[in-house]
Design a protein around this ligand. Structure first.
Ligand code: G3H
Ligand code: 13P
Ligand code: ZN
Length: 322
């Protein structure tokens, strides 16, 4: 089937109590690892491309890689989504350039300005059969070239969501309930430590999610910054020359709970990067004489595939839902 929008996926996910995985893609091996996993477990899929990915790999290369995946995976619905679209022009370029979904992220702007920019993107997107994700509230962490310190992050205000959605006409809404971008999601003083000395983050604000869902019945909610930062991969990186102290993510049980509620899309990027980096670091440590990129990218791709399969089945619950 051709690339699809997220409309049908989200409706089924909302009604079925699961979420669709949105994984960031930057090169061929990442596209292959993710899509082979989704094909094997028969899961719907969102492949997303950030401004940084477009700058790194080039818009056309990424679209063509995703089109190749669509050909290789004819039985699962795949949407191609712009992640954190910074302005109308970038959204327009992606709408005109083959994407089926875009995010306009004006969440750092004042409420009225966020509405104005989002509405403009929605009008253009809907005229072209493309759906729009918007954002209210500010996540901590690093996304593209924007770094938000933990103290500057702010939870979504539930009392604003109805007005925002009705005035903008957006198709889904990303909210801030305590997730955060990157591999260092929380500072040590925001966390406690478990018996192994690993940081335990503060729990997500399910009360905010519940209040938002009550005010927007049937409306798909999105969670960004939802990597779990698997400690096995952090260890693999640190055991093989890396230095990632206190990298910590969102516990998977909390994401599973969110997926059973109104959260229909869960964004995962950093976990893929950790799997790829850990695998490649270990490979070079074990084989200092090797220099063929295929030899180290192959196990990296295989580990991305295993990680994505685990997420689709055990965290998102979307296996078998294609
Ligand atoms: O939220 C941001 C995504 O993880 C994309 O990251 O801007 O480094 O491509 P990036
Ligand atoms: P992570 O950094 O937690 O993987 O979040 C990715 C994301 O939200 C992409 O938009
Ligand atoms: Zn994000």
């Amino acid at each position: 089937m051709p690339l699809v929008t997220t409309t049908e996926m989200f409706k089924k996910a909302y009604d079925g109590g699961y979420a669709v995985g949105a994984f960031n893609v930057n090169n061929m091996e990442i596209v292959q690892g993710i899509t082979e996993a989704a094909r094997e477990v028969n899961a719907p899929l969102i492949l997303q491309v950030s401004k940084g990915a477009r700058a790194y790999a080039n818009h056309t290369y990424l679209v063509k890689l995703v089109e190749a995946a669509v050909i290789e995976c004819p039985n699962i619905p795949i949407a191609l989504h712009l992640d954190h679209g910074p302005d109308f022009e970038t959204c327009k370029a992606c709408i005109d350039g083959g994407f089926t979904s875009v995010m306009i992220d004006a969440s750092s702007k004042p409420f009225e300005e966020n509405i104005e920019i989002t509405k403009k993107v929605v009008e253009y997107a809907h005229d072209h059969g493309v759906v729009v994700e918007a954002e209210l509230g500010t996540l901590a962490g690093i996304e593209d070239d924007v770094k938000v310190a933990a103290h500057a992050a702010s939870y979504t205000r539930p009392e604003e969501v109805e007005e925002f959605v009705s005035k903008t006409g957006c198709d889904s809404l990303a909210i801030a309930i305590g997730t955060s971008h990157g591999a260092y999601k929380f500072t040590a003083d925001q966390c406690t430590r478990n018996e192994k000395g690993i940081l335990v983050p503060p729990p997500l604000r399910f009360d905010v999610l519940e209040e938002v869902s009550k005010r927007l019945p049937g409306f798909p909610i999105v969670l960004h910054g939802s990597s779990s930062v698997p400690q096995d991969y952090v260890k693999m990186i640190n055991d093989n020359g890396g230095k990632m102290p206190d990298a910590v993510g969102i516990p998977e049980e909390q994401l599973r709970k969110a997926a059973s509620m109104s959260v229909c899309k869960i964004n995962i990027d950093s976990d893929l990067r950790l799997a790829m980096t850990g695998t490649i670091r270990q490979f070079f440590n074990e084989h200092p004489d090797k220099f063929d990129p295929r030899e180290y990218l192959k196990p990296a791709r295989a580990n991305i595939k295993e990680l994505v399969k685990h997420k689709l089945i055990n965290v998102l619950g979307c296996d078998g839902k294609a």
